[in-house]
Design a protein around this ligand. Structure first.
Ligand code: NAD
Length: 480
């Protein structure tokens, strides 16, 4: 075994991070951390309490006036040092995510460690720019930081989702209390190791690990939190919006998706299918933007199904630290169970199994689910409507472009999507008709400066780029 690629040793963390220092938790209770590839416990972190949240919010409140008044170029310099400290930990980040989430190491290196570094770099540049001001008639319109931010994040991209909140909040002049997912807290600790090395001012970013119902709710309901920035399931987003509504606090919500990949009749089919399958299976399908519905023109449908089956056969399940592995486990036993239930329900609903399924071979231990493809999925069925959050693809035929757009928009979600066509103008026209926050045309690359977020029940607000920084500001009009 390549020792450099070995999982980190037992990983236990005992502290919170409050007011610039490691701090003792108020309770001895802990949350275990599991390696989902082996189903063994690999460490533990403190189970934070509402009293811990109070201390962290007080530290963020105390730090707010100073950080808000810090010159943009100085805030940018702090973020630049944080980028350097985080980049120095890229290997450790990738190995930790591979261990506590199960992302194959190669993908963890490229995406789980690489993407947040790119996003943080973009925020260094944006932080250096003074907030835009403009004049309307006799009014000077200015943007000011919203205040103390409560950030609550999920487990599927455990550093990216944290950086996508913390970096723009800091760039805007806000201070933050972070509650990372209890399934992947160890990655968040690496960010705080980097924050310590970078010497960020005390209280500017604070960490309270723990469970959603205890720490998450205390943060969302806290009277001194001005904005709750949440990424996770739509059900939890709804709960957080309720809690924040009690005191009319602002919320940003990045929620679920059921994104459509529309393959028009003149598309480059091998490329569209290869990229489409890769997107649907990325991170074992635990990706909110995953194109989980592949919509294919009837003239190319059978050809596409053969290509899909062949592509899926190339995804080898196994140990995230084995270089031959292309698909790791799901994040938890509960997640694997939920995905298997979706597969059983799709079979009961009459969808045609093309690959994988309940009887496909699996590694002997860990929370694995075989990559699974269903054809002839009814657009109204549960599989086409509900977010599975696992390696399950639904293929649906369509007769013409109007029907493709209607099926794509037949969703309570509206996060992402894709269109493939030999005619770029035709593809763009379809992209404009899709009711989603992002659409990729012919495999257009992810852009960390583009606004990211959802229509409908996929969320409220936008992350990333200048739009992501604005999310953490208030507008003020000064009449003269
Ligand atoms: P989740 O909603 O269960 O948990 C997300 C976070 O919320 C965790 O930190 C959790 O502890 C916390 N939480 C849980 N209950 C809470 C409560 N009552 N009050 C406050 N906080 C609470 O979601 P998950 O299982 O961690 O993540 C999977 C879901 O997230 C999927 O539905 C996926 O689509 C969505 N997601 C969306 C995006 C996006 O950007 N739109 C990104 C990643 C994941």
């Amino acid at each position: 075994m390549d020792l450099a690629a070995a999982p980190p040793a037992l990983l236990t963390r005992r502290h919170l991070h409050i007011a610039g220092d490691w701090a003792d938790p108020s309770s001895d209770d802990t949350v275990p951390v599991e390696n989902p590839a082996t189903a063994s416990i690999i460490g533990e972190v403190p189970a934070g309490t509402p009293a811990d949240v109070d201390r962290a919010v007080a530290a963020a409140r105390a730090a707010f006036p100073g950080w808000a008044a810090t010159a943009p170029e100085q805030r940018a310099a702090h973020l630049d040092r944080l980028h350097t400290a985080l980049a120095a930990r890229a290997d450790e980040i990738a190995r930790t995510v591979a261990t506590e989430l199960g992302t194959p190491l190669k993908l963890a290196t490229r995406v789980q460690a690489g993407l947040p570094l790119k996003v943080l770099r973009s925020m260094v540049d944006l932080a250096a720019r003074p907030a835009a001001e403009h004049t309307v008639g006799n009014s000077l319109v200015v943007r000011e930081p919203v205040g103390v931010v409560g950030a609550i994040t999920p487990w599927n991209y455990p550093l990216h989702q944290v950086v996508a909140k913390v970096a723009p909040a800091l760039a805007a002049g806000c201070t933050v209390v972070l509650k990372p997912s209890e399934l992947t807290p160890l990655t968040a600790y690496l960010l705080f190791d980097a924050i310590t090395d970078a010497g960020l001012p005390p209280g500017v970013v604070n960490l309270v690990p723990g469970t959603g119902p205890v720490v998450g709710e205390a943060l969302a309901a806290h009277p001194d939190v001005d904005l709750v920035s949440f990424t996770g399931s739509t059900a939890t987003g709804r709960r957080i919006a309720h809690l924040a509504a009690e005191r009319i606090a602002r919320v940003s919500l990045e929620l679920g998706g059921k994104s459509a990949n529309i393959v028009l009749a003149d598309a480059d089919l091998p490329t569209a299918v290869k990229v489409g399958v890769g997107n649907a299976l990325l991170n074992s399908g635990q990706t909110c933007t995953a194109w989980t519905r592949m919509l294919v023109h009837r003239d190319r449908y059978d050809e596409a199904l053969d290509l899909v089956a062949a592509a899926v056969a190339g995804y080898r399940l196994g140990d995230p630290f084995d270089p031959a592995t292309r698909l790791g486990p799901l994040a938890s036993a509960a997640q694997a169970r939920r995905v298997r239930d979706h597969v059983d329900r799709a079979l009961a609903d009459g969808a045609r199994l093309v690959a994988g399924g309940p009887d496909a071979p699996l590694p002997p231990q860990g929370h694995f689910v075989a990559p699974t493809v269903f054809a002839d999925v009814h657009p109204d069925s549960a599989l086409a409507q509900e977010e599975v959050f696992g390696p399950v693809l639904a293929v649906i035929p369509f007769a013409d472009t109007d029907e493709a757009v209607a099926i794509a928009n037949n969703s309570r979600y509206g996060l992402a999507g894709a269109v493939w066509s030999a005619d770029p103008d035709a593809a763009l026209a379809v992209a404009r008709r899709m009711r989603t926050g992002q659409v990729d045309v012919n495999g257009g690359a992810f852009n960390p400066l583009a606004p990211f977020g959802g229509y409908k029940q996929s969320g409220l607000g936008r992350e990333l780029g200048a739009y992501g920084v604005e999310e953490f500001t208030e507008l003020k009009a000064i009449q003269r």
